[in-house]
Design a binder for this molecule. Structure first.
Ligand SMILES: [Ca+2]
Ligand SMILES: [Ca+2]
Ligand SMILES: [Ca+2]
Ligand SMILES: [Ca+2]
Length: 573
């Protein structure tokens, strides 16, 4: 099989995003709750790494359910091999997980989390089902678990005969966020509106992610970095898209990375690293062809993504990407989730011979090791039939994250198939929050200012990350000023948040004078009372007009959201 990657599908394209401009949607973004999550670990694994990961995860999410899995036979412990047979899955793993799901309550668990020490790949070894364009021989454990309730035999595992979409087949992802309008010519790809996941509204499907990495420390890192992910409307963050210039497999016709005043365009063979240095820790996503980019020479040259490009180029402390907490990885590399064991080589194609060490593709495990937080990858070649949707669609992933959906929802919304080779690594509950949005409603308004005032600990006193907007560790008046000035783009005394301080704001103070109230009512000082102090503050800034600035649209009222996709293009091949 050609070492070109994964798919001839119509390919998603998009560019870097800066953080201004998308209109916010008010929605209940916490679509997935802790007590809807079942965390599985291999209780027969003498290393106990799965148990350690499950326990560590539970310290952040105390209401998740932990579930040991065991073979029940001391002489034949539950496999810790990354690959197991379909028979093993069906006879040993599946019944144990089904029992656990039942014990938690028939409809309680919406998402299953696996941990290192449990199998990763499932392989159908028998001649049934027929291996051909309509079946795939491999699936990830996680993809299989999304359909654990229905897919119960080798003939139904990996069955892709649902195509074209809409057949309601068990291995068609009911939650997929796009569809094709075949009545137009050429057929048009249409994205559905984003919506929260529930099993009930998706034909009983469940979500699934995996907590894995080279080491326990790597997994701890991704859990840590998932907990407080903020995108700051006033400080652009980027999804870096590194395209391939060689036509057929291009991610995009043109890549534009907005970097302050600098615009970058890269569809060369050069790996993008050093150009995306500032502002600090600003890269929140990475999409590329990985080693499939470039001139095809083993080991690469001319700086193109080559073997080892993740640790050596992207992760280079001097010249690499500065990753934000929450950074997501998706590459068009067939075997990028083949293993989480640093000593294992990748295979090349169905024949089973292995890519030599100096020609290995990038691995999701490497991304996590350099400070990445999550990713979607493939445990085997995801090119079963060449039709669209074999791998994750990055435009859907990032759109969902920017709208405040959980990682598990964003990831699975982007994929058309289940019982398939794709897997999702990371904390399913990771949410990209908006800096300054204290109440989590994804709107920045006076309630957020009030909440920040209510939670000021003072200079030098350690603070929860959500209140520490300037990142110096505490929550004090400097953080209030950051919210008012930098994020909301206005001044103290602007009580209706229209970026002006004038007679309207004065009228608020007059109306609520000598009464209790928040910012909305004229409390500029944050003491919960409207009095002379507030009037004096208003007077100090009276006449301020922030709308005259040439700066980007401010973060006021209904206008602000998190980040804008500057360019979001889908291009047909
Ligand atoms: Ca808010
Ligand atoms: Ca602070
Ligand atoms: Ca005002
Ligand atoms: Ca006051």
């Amino acid at each position: 099989m050609d070492r070109k990657p994964v798919s001839k599908r119509m390919i998603a394209v998009f560019a870097a995003m800066a953080v201004w401009g998308v209109v916010p949607t008010s929605l209940s973004f916490a679509g997935l709750q802790e007590d809807q999550i079942l965390v599985l670990y291999n209780a027969d694994d003498t290393s106990e790494i799965g148990l350690d990961i499950a326990n560590y995860y539970k310290t952040f999410h105390p209401n998740v359910h932990l579930q040991p899995l065991t073979s029940g036979d001391p002489n034949n412990p539950l496999s810790t091999n990354e690959q197991v047979s379909a028979e093993y899955y069906l006879n040993t793993i599946r019944p144990a997980v089904l029992n656990a799901l039942q014990a938690a309550g028939p409809s309680q668990i919406q998402c299953i989390v696996t941990t290192k020490g449990l199998p990763l790949r499932i392989k159908v070894d028998d001649s049934v089902p027929p291996q051909g364009a309509q079946w795939v021989q491999y699936s990830s454990l996680e993809s299989e678990l999304t359909r654990i309730d229905l897919i119960d035999s080798e003939i139904t595992m990996g069955d892709q005969t649902w195509f074209p979409a809409g057949s309601g087949h068990d291995s068609e992802n009911q939650y997929f966020g796009a569809y094709w309008d075949y009545f137009s010519w050429p057929p048009e790809r249409i994205c559905r509106d984003n919506e929260p996941f529930t099993s009930a509204s998706n034909d009983g499907m469940r979500l699934a992610t995996r907590l894995d990495g080279y080491t326990f420390a790597d997994v701890q890192g991704i859990i840590d970095r998932s907990q407080n992910v903020f995108v700051d409307p006033s400080a652009p963050q980027y999804v870096v898209v590194d395209d391939d210039p060689d036509g057929v497999f291009n991610l995009m016709a043109e890549l534009t990375v907005n970097l302050g005043d600098q615009a970058y365009s890269d569809s060369s063979h050069q790996v993008i690293t050093v150009d995306i240095q500032a502002p600090s820790r600003s890269v929140i996503g990475y999409v590329s062809h990985g080693t499939n980019d470039g001139n095809g020479l083993a080991g690469g040259d001319n700086g193109d993504p080559s073997t080892g490009y993740i640790p050596e180029q992207l992760g280079n402390p001097q010249s690499g990407l500065l990753l934000a907490d929450g950074a997501v990885f998706m590459t068009y590399e067939s075997f990028n989730a083949w293993t989480f064991d640093p000593w294992v080589l990748q295979p090349r194609g169905e024949g089973g011979y292995y890519i030599p060490e100096d020609d290995q593709q990038g691995l999701l495990a490497q991304w996590l090791a350099i400070g990445g937080t999550a990713g979607i990858g493939h445990v085997f070649e995801p090119e079963p039939g060449g039709y669209d949707g074999t791998i994750a669609n990055e435009d859907i992933v990032f759109d969902m994250l920017l709208d405040g959906y959980t990682w598990a929802e964003a990831a699975w919304r982007s994929m058309q198939q289940v019982s398939f080779v794709n897997t999702v690594i990371g904390d399913p509950l990771m949410v990209w929050r908006i800096a300054g949005d204290m109440n989590g409603d994804r709107v920045l308004d006076s309630q957020d200012i009030d909440l920040l005032y209510d939670n000021l600990g003072g200079s030098g006193v350690p603070s929860a990350p959500i209140y520490d907007l300037d990142g110096d560790g505490d929550a004090d008046n400097v953080d209030v000023a950051y919210l008012v000035h930098t994020i909301l783009g206005t001044e103290f005394g602007d009580f209706n948040l229209d970026r002006k301080t004038n007679e309207i704001d004065l009228a608020r103070v007059a109306l609520f004078y000598n009464a209790a109230g928040g910012w909305f009512a004229g409390d500029a000082s944050g003491d919960g009372f409207i009095d002379l102090t507030d009037l004096a503050i208003l007077a100090g800034y009276y006449g301020f007009d922030g709308t005259a600035d040439a700066v980007p649209e401010p973060a006021t009222l209904g206008l602000l959201a998190i980040g804008g996709l500057v360019l979001l293009i889908r291009r047909r091949k």
